[in-house]
Design a protein. Structure first.
Length: 445
């Protein structure tokens, strides 16, 4: 047995993406706006002037790669760990090591992958060490740091936005992988431009995905002697179902629901149905979509078409009863109806205006005439005195004041002239004119 290597001791080959990880800035594909000649991040790295920063961008665009390049070029101790597997105890151990390095005059760069997965307490554990310069923190996140990184920590970090790679970037990367010896350069591979373009488009800006598909396609290619042929059909088999760019808990979730909302607001049913399909086919909860559609019915349609809310609520109930995939048609019906309905934001503006006054005047007393005098003591104090019961009048109206004295005459609901709301507007004008005339008569008498 001496000299033999067991099955478990054999080195597992690294994935293609790991073998091709760039070692220098010039090896990195894409991100020219940050690391191109003379660009700011390149100058920072090359001058060894790295300060705390956040790399924000979609998966597979080079966030971790940039951190490793910094590790190779900076004159600092470099510590890397993942927010997925590390807790407060690990953070404290790293901070203790950083303090020891600082005492020896050595700077420590701490790279945290997926920093958005840290909770507030874990992120707060970094703050004092960042503030006093014990560490330089570099975080990588696919989520909007404005929402996912504590404001105190974020204010001490510079945010660099990394962009998804273009098809040209991905094609350059794929061709590099086919030529380089650390990639697939040692193999005789026949793959045409059509197949490479299919991979580039499928990857959707993600270098890691592109290289993984290429590696899979080569493994599944037609092997003839020394040559492996990869056809478009081979690539298609390796990408049976495209994973839609959608994260139910991430920023893209909010981007796409925003796209649906704004498409309906812009009366564009085609765009609205497309964004609806993007969410549902990516696994979004149909009840979440239905709740947002119900909100839209009042926020953007309102009394311009009172049926809009009924249809939205009915769609929600249908989704609840039936579920996916059958309820897609109910949501489509609601989305198309709301897209084509006349639009009014009068409900939203009315509430927001009233909210401002309510927050400024929270202690404003309710007028006595509309208080409910349920006990004799309350009636003795004037509760309900002067109350006018509208149903006792022929017009079903009174000129009784219902707002506090300081807000008398304020108008919150301002009807638009859209759809049915135009009729509500006319009715409101008649009511206000009648009340104004009554008050004039009272003043004269």
């Amino acid at each position: 047995m001496d000299g033999q290597v067991s099955f478990f001791e054999r080195e597992t080959p690294q994935p293609l993406a790991a073998r091709l990880r760039p070692a220098t800035l010039d090896d990195i594909v894409g991100q020219r706006h940050l690391i191109g000649p003379g660009k700011i991040l390149r100058r920072i790295i090359e001058s060894d002037g790295v300060s705390s920063m956040i790399f924000w961008g979609p998966p597979g665009v080079g966030k971790t790669t940039l951190a490793h390049v910094i590790a190779r070029t900076t004159k600092s101790s470099f510590i890397e760990f993942s927010a997925v597997t590390s807790g407060i105890r690990e953070i404290r151990a790293v901070m203790q090591k950083a303090e020891q390095n600082r005492a020896l005059g050595e700077r420590t760069i701490v790279f945290v992958d997926e920093i958005h997965r840290f909770n507030k307490a874990q992120q707060d554990a970094f703050l004092p060490f960042v503030e006093k310069g014990s560490i330089v923190l570099i975080g990588a996140t696919t989520e909007n740091p404005s929402f996912e990184v504590n404001s105190a920590l974020l204010s001490r970090c510079r945010v660099f936005v990394l962009k998804g790679l273009t098809e040209e970037d991905i094609l350059e990367l794929l061709r590099r992988a086919l030529k380089r010896p650390e990639g697939l350069g040692g193999q005789d591979i026949d793959i045409g431009d059509e197949a490479l373009l299919m991979i580039a488009r499928f990857a959707n800006g993600d270098a890691r995905t592109a290289l993984s598909i290429l590696e899979m396609a080569v493994l599944n290619g037609d092997f003839d002697g020394e040559r492996t042929s990869v056809t478009p059909e081979t690539v298609e088999q390796c990408t049976q179902r495209k994973s839609l760019m959608y994260d139910r808990n991430g920023e893209e979730h909010y981007n796409i629901i925003s796209a649906l909302h704004k498409s309906m607001r812009n009366s564009d049913p085609d765009a609205a149905v497309y964004w609806l399909a993007r969410m549902l086919e990516a696994g979004e909860d149909p009840l979440y979509v239905a709740r947002r559609v119900t909100r839209f019915a009042s926020e953007d349609v309102g009394l311009a078409d009172p049926r809009a809310l009924q249809i939205a609520v009915a769609a929600y109930q249908a989704c609840h009863y039936i579920g996916m995939p059958e309820c897609t048609v109910h949501l489509t019906e609601a989305v198309v109806y709301l897209s084509l309905a006349p639009k009014s934001n009068a409900m939203e503006t009315a509430y927001m205006a009233a909210k401002q006054d309510a927050l400024k005047q929270l202690s404003e007393p309710v007028p006595l005439n509309i208080r409910n005098g349920v006990t004799q003591l309350m009636r003795n104090e004037g509760y309900g005195k002067g109350y006018q019961y509208a149903h006792d009048t022929a017009e079903k109206l009174t000129d009784m004041q219902c707002l506090p004295d300081s807000l008398e005459g304020r108008e919150y609901y301002v009807p638009t002239d859209q759809g049915v709301e135009a009729k509500f507007g006319e009715r409101l004008k008649q009511i206000k004119a009648w009340k104004a005339a009554r008050r004039v008569n009272h003043d004269l008498t």
